[in-house]
Design a protein around this ligand. Structure first.
Ligand code: AMP
Length: 498
């Protein structure tokens, strides 16, 4: 195959590819890529395509958005097209297919079909998609002729297999896409039945965003002598960004946000809200508190959005409040902090949001304000990122304290988790003035009030050694007790709502 010949001199299992032409893909494929402004392969494409072209099995750890579809579609199309010059193309017999792509959902299956059609549109190959919830007649008629690329959800494919409308003994390459989602949707048994119907001699490509044990087991029974290709944007974003959660009563979120933002360390902060009205309300609240803020969302005109963005870039506006959709187009470097005013409903959105800080390898800080009824979302996020987020519980303070005097002066500062939450001398000012008495109460939960000066460390990351400032009497000093004691929880998602 052209691709493998050209790339043979590279180190074993590792390819350094910067253009699609280097991969040796057929000219009609390159033409489509150029027309579609695909200038260079994404990392998963650069790593996976040469191996797929060479006929190897692949264990790909990558998620949607990384260019994963083209990473398997392009080399599969190339191989199916065969030697274009000879015009000798293999054909699938009736009721058979040459490439099978298994997808967990109809939406993804349709998208994959659309991509295959797009990338292969000058190759004269056939592709079709079959999934449940629609009549099977047209699917059966298309498959009856024999098909080059069949994209299918597992349930409907099994139905067609059992009824004899499709056989898998001519499959040359099979792709299992989004395997972890297959597991979540209960497709493991159907998948195993489908695999059992495949020929032993085949090329298998397995993609999953995560690799829990059950998925790894499935992969090892599916693949032979595979090459692992891992692109893990979630992990890298999650590792780079220092994350904290503040459990807070919903009605106290705005006051908490103002308190946090009074810290000048928050030089360029992106605040996410779920709704457009929420974004407006938060921006108004901050402006009233003399924190320069602007909101961007779908109801703002293009001009308003551009102005807000320009002001944010120049630093004239310190805080940009955005909805997820509006934030998609924001490309601003050096965002110092991301604050989730509302927890996102979709866990992946959390990773996208916090990825706005810590860009280009820089360190960033993300703080999430989580109310009692948002604990489910927090649990989903921790499951996705596979780690607990250090948490501070600030609920139930409003009745005791009223507004203000909430935040530890390290919450927005980088440092190892937990380190930024020790007691500190030295003040950076507070909107409430330096009233030591007030602050020493302000950082304790009501039940802690009796333990004067004893910070509430539940299973701290490092043993808490009392230091002189910890033992200062309350009131009348610069003492500022720990406000955000990080709570380390043993497993994601198990202990919310402490
Ligand atoms: P995927 O991860 O396969 O869902 O792809 C995400 C998006 O990136 C899709 O809209 C693709 O069309 C696009 N895409 C994939 N590969 C490239 C590339 N090399 N250059 C530019 N866009 C790409």
């Amino acid at each position: 195959m052209a691709g493998t010949r050209e790339l043979r001199h590279y180190a074993k299992d590792t390819y350094y590819v910067t253009s699609f032409a280097e991969l040796g893909l057929h000219a009609p494929i390159l033409k489509v890529l150029a027309a579609g402004s695909y200038d260079s392969p994404t990392p998963i494409q650069a790593q996976a395509i040469p191996h797929v072209l060479a006929g190897r099995d692949i264990l790909g750890i990558a998620q949607t958005g990384t260019g994963k579809t083209a990473a398997f579609a392009l080399p599969i199309l190339h191989r199916l097209a065969g030697d274009l010059a000879s015009g000798n193309r293999k054909r699938a017999p009736g009721r058979a297919c040459r490439a099978l792509i298994l997808s967990p959902t109809r939406e993804l299956a349709s998208q994959i079909e659309e991509r295959f059609r797009f990338y292969g549109r000058h190759l004269g190959l056939s592709a079709t998609v079959v999934f449940g919830g629609v009549g099977g007649g047209p699917q059966i008629r298309t498959m009856a002729k024999g098909i080059d690329v069949l994209i299918a959800t597992p349930g409907r494919l099994l139905d067609h297999m059992s009824a004899g409308f499709i056989r898998l003994d001519h499959v040359e390459t099979v792709v299992l896409d989004e395997a972890d989602q297959m597991l979540d949707l209960g497709f493991v048994v159907p998948i195993r039945r489908i695999i059992a119907a495949l020929p032993a001699r085949r090329q298998s490509l397995f993609f999953s965003a995560t690799m829990p044990k059950e998925i790894a087991r499935l992969a090892s029974s599916f693949l032979k002598d595979s090459v692992t290709v891992a692109i893990t944007p979630v992990a890298t974003t999650v590792e780079r960004v220092e994350q904290r959660v503040i459990m807070i009563d919903a009605e106290r979120k705005r006051a908490m946000l103002s308190e946090i933002l009074h810290d000048p360390a928050f030089t360029r902060t992106l605040v996410f809200t779920r709704t457009k009205h929420g974004a407006d309300r938060v921006a108004r609240h901050l402006e009233t508190g003399r924190i320069s803020a602007a909101a961007i969302h779908g109801n703002k005109s293009q001009g308003q959005r551009e102005r807000a963005l320009a002001d944010f870039r120049k630093g004239q506006v310190r805080v940009l409040v955005a909805t997820d959709i509006a934030a998609r187009g924001i490309d601003v470097e050096a965002v110092s902090h991301v604050i989730n005013f509302d927890m996102p409903n979709v866990a992946e959105t959390y990773v996208h949001r916090i990825g706005r800080t810590a860009r280009a390898g820089a360190a960033g800080i993300a703080i999430s304000l989580c109310s009692h009824d948002e604990r489910g979302q927090l649990r989903d996020i921790e499951r996705l990122i596979r780690q607990p987020i250090p948490m501070t519980d600030r609920r139930g303070l409003s009745a005791q304290l009223g507004e203000g005097a909430i935040v530890d002066d390290n919450v927005g500062r980088p440092g190892k988790h937990g380190e930024g939450h020790r007691h500190r001398h030295g003040r950076r000012g507070s909107s409430r003035g330096d009233n030591g008495q007030r602050q020493s109460h302000g950082h304790e939960r009501p039940q802690d009030a009796q333990k004067q000066g004893q910070p509430r460390h539940e299973a701290p990351r490092q043993p808490h050694k009392p230091r002189p400032q910890d033992q200062q009497p309350r009131g009348g000093s610069n003492h500022r007790p720990a406000g955000l004691n990080m709570v380390r929880r043993p497993r994601p998602g198990l202990q919310h709502g402490t």
